[in-house]
Design a protein around this ligand. Structure first.
Ligand code: HSE
Length: 332
């Protein structure tokens, strides 16, 4: 274990997909990387690369460190000191599952570091408990489209392979929105009519994604449980959800708790792609919101670990940093 180094590549995710509040998630082709090893110095160290990482704690209160310790505890082993590095292309607090990807990456890395005693099912349970809902963590862990249900003690899931023509366009506003704030905007009870509305749309959406009937997404990607209440937090959102289909989208939704908006597109109908991106950007700009648009594919694979045994002789005796190892793969 001492000379073992684990690098986990973990995808971002979009949650809810409109009607599937706290239930549906899909992994996206935007990634973070977490490296874990036993420090040669015997002291815990952190190296963070990328935007927004400066504010992360570099002591044992760090989330990645604490998550790793949960794995060790569960497995009954003691690994008191860790060397942890992270780089992520997943923007923080934008509704693309940055915290879920960090949690999943740390769980998988810690588990691999000690020889994988915990099953993926167990890691899913721990991740769900930590996040408080299974949608983002399920997608980051298993990849593809993940349908999950959690009763507060056990999470179950089924995975759907994304259709090969399914593509997504995300508009990522420049501002952050804390999930907690976006959850506070929600009512504590809803009407039977709204519940029935969502059960129908969510069920139809899952069936459409599973059967490949992409045209049904247009009728299914509608929600009355969370998006209407969150609309005030994201000016321009209501117009985008209502009119994205006019620009060729199969459907559009708030990504997770927002503020990112996501449009689903049939990749075979390419002609309106630029117009859709322009519509999303300009609708947000009208409200004074700068946004970056990105075309992302559904990502079929979940968190993937590479394990390296280090004998001190590789690279002339010097270890490559995480950034050296992943350059060429990162967006920056
Ligand atoms: N399902 C969660 C929500 C996702 O919408 O609050 C948060 O990332």
């Amino acid at each position: 274990m001492k000379d073992r180094r684990v690098i986990v590549k973990v995808p971002a995710s979009t949650a809810n997909l409109g009607p599937g509040f706290d239930t549906l998630g899909m992994a996206l082709s935007l990634y973070g990387w977490i490296e874990m090893s036993i420090p040669e110095s015997g002291e815990t160290t952190f190296a963070f690369y990328g935007d927004g990482m400066d504010s992360l704690p570099r002591d044992k209160s760090n989330l990645l460190f604490k998550v790793a310790q949960l794995v060790f505890q569960e497995a009954g082993v003691s690994v008191p000191e860790l060397a942890i590095s992270m780089y992520s292309d997943v923007p923080l607090a934008r509704g693309l599952g940055s915290s879920a990807s960090a949690i999943v990456g740390a769980l998988v890395a810690a588990n691999e570091l000690i020889g994988s005693p915990l099953s993926k099912h167990k890691l899913f349970q721990i991740a769900t408990e930590l996040e408080g809902h299974p949608d983002n963590v399920g997608a980051s862990l298993f990849g593809g489209i993940v349908v999950s249900a959690w009763d507060g003690s056990e999470a179950h899931y089924a995975r759907i392979e994304p259709h090969e023509r399914l593509e997504t366009l995300v508009a990522i506003p420049a501002f952050q929105l804390a999930t907690e704030k976006a959850r506070h905007a929600l009512p504590s009870t809803v009407s039977m009519a709204d519940a029935v509305f969502n059960v129908g749309r969510s069920s139809l959406l899952v069936a459409a994604l599973a059967s490949g009937e992409l045209e049904l997404i247009r009728h299914a990607m509608k929600d009355r449980l969370h998006q209407p209440y969150r609309a005030a937090l994201i000016p321009g959102m209501a117009e985008i959800l209502e009119r994205a289909a006019d620009y060729g989208a199969l459907g559009a939704a708030l990504s997770g708790a927002g503020p990112t908006l996501i449009a689903f597109v049939d990749g075979a109908s390419g002609e309106k792609k630029a117009a859709l991106a322009e519509f999303l950007k300009s609708t947000l700009a009208k409200e004074g919101i700068q946004a970056e648009t990105l075309w992302l594919s559904p990502c079929s694979s979940g968190a993937e670990a590479t394990v390296e045994e280090w004998d001190g002789s590789a690279s002339g005796g010097a270890r490559l940093t995480l950034m050296d190892r992943i350059k060429g793969e990162v967006r920056a």
